[in-house]
Design a protein around this ligand. Structure first.
Ligand SMILES: Cc1cc2nc3c(=O)[nH]c(=O)nc-3n(C[C@H](O)[C@H](O)[C@H](O)COP(=O)(O)O)c2cc1C
Length: 307
């Protein structure tokens, strides 16, 4: 038997395969395709204290190796999540990780408070790739000072395991990961989408109504693997890797680069059973390699020249 269980701070996962926030809704649609007990954790769509309509359409455009989205953090709000979605998720023996965000530090704090009090939420994932209303709409996670303020404030609010989801749109991701660790984060998620643009050449206009959007899918995988590796070297807390994982082979690159767990995002839109196939493929690889524990390959990357 191969051991696939991992620990993210005090959160024990039966296997290291999660869903990436915003690509799995609140789980209901995917439960028609497979038993959600098969997952290591369910990470739900990003939540805010008040519901959001999101951006005008078009909000999604395909690129040669992935997609660009500008959904604008549309969500039903925390109250409706707790009332209408959480009872369904509580039926599964799979931890629920609530992804959340706000426009101000106060909104982050309120969101964390309400989700922590709900019962049935096992960890929080902070999305800090959001603009800060009080600081000229600079993205929280691209400025170490604002990031420090918001992560520290949330840390004081909750005793649940706290995962900080880093923005890749920064110069030094290792530095940002250290800020999260110093502020008391239990883990970091690496990476969120990279800002991009697709142009309609006839109209000379961006395809997305919002002009720019977040690039996800296979195009960003090499960047994500590199960033996981940099973060792994920079901090002691566990790293959750994501960005373009489509197969078990892709996922294994992340473990070897230092990820303790991984999340499947854009792949869910193409193949709804991708997370289960990836989990099975990881176990098969370990067996083939004569390994008995996923934890043994975490950070096993060798960069010294071959002798
Ligand atoms: C349509 C869509 C919606 C997303 N919504 C969120 C969100 O609400 N909160 C968040 O932290 N990340 C969100 N993400 C980012 C993903 O969770 C993930 O970090 C990113 O897509 C990279 O992984 P992938 O290439 O496997 O999709 C979203 C991504 C997509 C494609």
């Amino acid at each position: 038997m191969v051991n696939l269980s991992v620990k993210i701070g005090s959160l024990a996962l039966k296997n290291p395969v999660m869903t990436a926030s915003g690509t799995f809704g609140y789980g209901e649609e995917y439960a028609e395709f497979f038993d959600l007990n098969e997952l290591g954790a369910i990470v739900v769509k990003g939540l805010s204290v008040t519901p959001r309509q999101g951006n005008p359409t078009p909000r999604i455009v395909e690129t040669p190796a992935g997609m660009l989205n500008a959904i604008g953090l549309q969500n039903i709000g925390i109250k409706a999540f707790i009332q209408d979605k959480l009872p369904f998720l509580r039926r599964f023996a799979t931890p629920v990780i609530a992804n959340f965000f706000g426009d101000t530090i106060n909104e982050y704090v309120r969101a964390a408070e309400e989700l922590s009090a709900a019962g049935g939420v096992h960890a929080l994932e902070m999305n800090i790739s959001c603009p800060n209303k009080q600081a000229g709409w600079i993205v929280f996670g691209t400025d170490p000072k604002t990031m420090e303020q918001v992560v520290s404030a949330v840390r004081k609010t909750t005793s649940l395991p706290l995962i900080v989801k880093l923005s890749p749109n920064v110069t030094d991701i290792g530095c940002m990961a250290r800020v999260a660790e110093q502020c008391g984060a239990d883990a970091v998620s690496v990476i969120n989408t990279l800002t991009g643009m697709v142009v309609d050449i006839k109209k000379r206009r961006p395809v997305l109504a919002n002009a720019t959007g977040g690039l996800s899918g296979p195009a960003i995988r090499p960047i994500a693997v590199r960033m996981v590796w940099e973060v792994y070297k920079a901090v002691k807390i566990p790293v959750i890797g994501m960005g373009g994982i489509m197969t078990a082979r892709d996922a294994l690159e992340f473990f070897i680069a230092g990820a303790r767990a991984i999340a499947v995002g854009t792949a869910n839109f193409i193949n709804p059973v991708a997370p289960v196939e990836i989990r099975n493929g990881i176990a098969e690889f370990l067996r083939e390699e004569g390994l008995s524990d996923i934890n043994d390959i975490v950070g096993s990357l060798s960069i010294t020249p071959k002798t």
